[in-house]
Design a protein around this ligand. Structure first.
Ligand code: HEC
Length: 109
């Protein structure tokens, strides 16, 4: 029983990875590294929240590449966005997929 559960626990992430789209990878990165600031469940927070579509639409006006760049290098505006969300182990592509996930979920075009 314990072994079966253990196998299931190991198999689930593998199966998810096998069928994962880039967006799913973005979601994983977001949940592990970005969510603590960008989806706090509070109405007001320093970081633009996932649910605040207008915020992302405004930021997207500077171009998707600028958002990628600022997420990778960090951005010190009024508040601070740490480089790679503070996780130096993330690759450029992983950070970018998280940005894509944010924009998709926020519905910013
Ligand atoms: C410690 C909190 C924190 C974490 C963790 C964090 N961010 Fe941010 N992020 C911020 C803040 C604060 C801002 C707003 C900075 C400003 O404009 O003053 C921001 C802004 C942004 C922006 C807008 C940049 C722009 O050019 O307007 C993007 C995109 C972004 N974050 C993506 C991410 C991604 C992707 C992750 C995870 C890999 C992440 N953030 C993790 C705090 C965080």
């Amino acid at each position: 029983m314990v072994r079966t559960l253990l196998l299931l626990a190991l198999a689930a992430p593998l199966a998810a990875a096998a069928q994962s789209s880039k967006l799913a990878l973005g979601e994983t990165v977001f949940n592990s590294t970005c969510k603590s600031c960008h989806d706090t469940g509070k109405t007001d927070n320093d970081a633009p929240q996932l649910s605040h579509r207008e915020d992302w639409q405004t930021r997207l006006k500077s171009g998707r590449d600028a958002l990628y760049r600022n997420s990778i290098d960090g951005l010190k505006g009024y508040f601070e966005m740490p480089a790679r969300g503070g996780n130096p182990r993330l690759s450029d592509d992983e950070v970018k997929t998280a940005v894509d996930y944010i924009l998709e979920r926020a519905g910013a075009r």
